[in-house]
Design a protein around this ligand. Sequence first.
Ligand SMILES: *Cc1c(COP(=O)(O)O)cnc(C)c1O
Length: 359
Amino acid sequence: MREEMLKKIDETISNGVVILGQNVEEIEEKIANYVGTNYAVAVGNGSDALLLALQSMGIEKGDHVLTTPYTFFATASAITRLGAIPIFVDVNEDFNINVDLVKKQIESDKSIKVVIPVHLFGKSVNMDYLKSVCDEHGIKILEDAAQSIGSEALVDGKKFKTGAIGEAGILSFFPTKNLGAYGDAGMVLTNSEEIAKRVKSLRVHGARQKYVHEEIGYNSRMDEIQAAVLNVKFSHLDEWIDARIKVAKRYSNLLGDFVQCPEVPGDRTYVFHQYVIKTKARDDLREYLTNEGVGTAIYYPIPLHLQKCFSFLGYKNGDFPVAEKLSRESLAIPIFPEIKPDEQEYVANKIKSYMEVRS
Ligand SMILES: *Cc1c(COP(=O)(O)O)cnc(C)c1O
């Protein structure tokens, strides 16, 4: 795509509009159409998208916001950046928030205002169940779809894209995400005109009209060059997602007998932002693979309730046993749309030979 991107970037430079111009409007419209929301508002990055969305949903100092301890840091820091308090509940073995525990927590803590589910590694959360639980208690949902653009879930028998099911949703276009810019960029998705308007104001210092500030906002805007890159790449998104799903299937066929592979639910999609295996031998396997030239990564080595900066929340080791176990046993192996079958076989053979020698 190099030539196509350079052409777009060149046009952008000639145009002279640097921030929040035509390219940004174009990608906002494309993404809104794609996910099926009335509004998609471009912001500086996914972390800010969470912050601006939460604030626009009315979250303030002291409010309780429920989420998972097994996610990227920004999901929880968006809550504390507003002075609100993250309340964690444990995840399932599939890395996603345990909705039975969400239900229990909501029933016992009446101060919870918003729940943030994270469609981790590109696997849709069981939104049908979560939405029914939240609706029953009048609690709003903010979907963290940073890793799951294009992934779908059934709600009341109807298919929705992740990010379009809750009161609001967010996307990240960090370069490593399934749709990545050439730097930072993010987006807030919503059907609510009120939320969309407030995010549009918050991204430019809380001004709906230049130099007239209704509230204290931020500098969090998408620039035209990032949007130019996203507009070029967007047309490939669905083929990349299909390729990731194929790659994941091939890995599962090759590795299913040796390590625990991710399971794909029948009623939801898994767009495989990451392909994460589980094994008790994680650390040794990782070292072996590194020496054999196979890149791996650990998402995430320390669950959020055990992060030093969140010690003031009062959580301790043992509070969320599944999240803690996953942080010791999960290992992401190489996945990207262009990976070749023989490269996958190389990775799988190395894992197999290590696991066989070990047992
Ligand atoms: C990447 C990511 C974010 C933050 O996005 P940035 O664009 O990097 O700020 C938030 N939540 C999750 C789950 C992510 O993976």
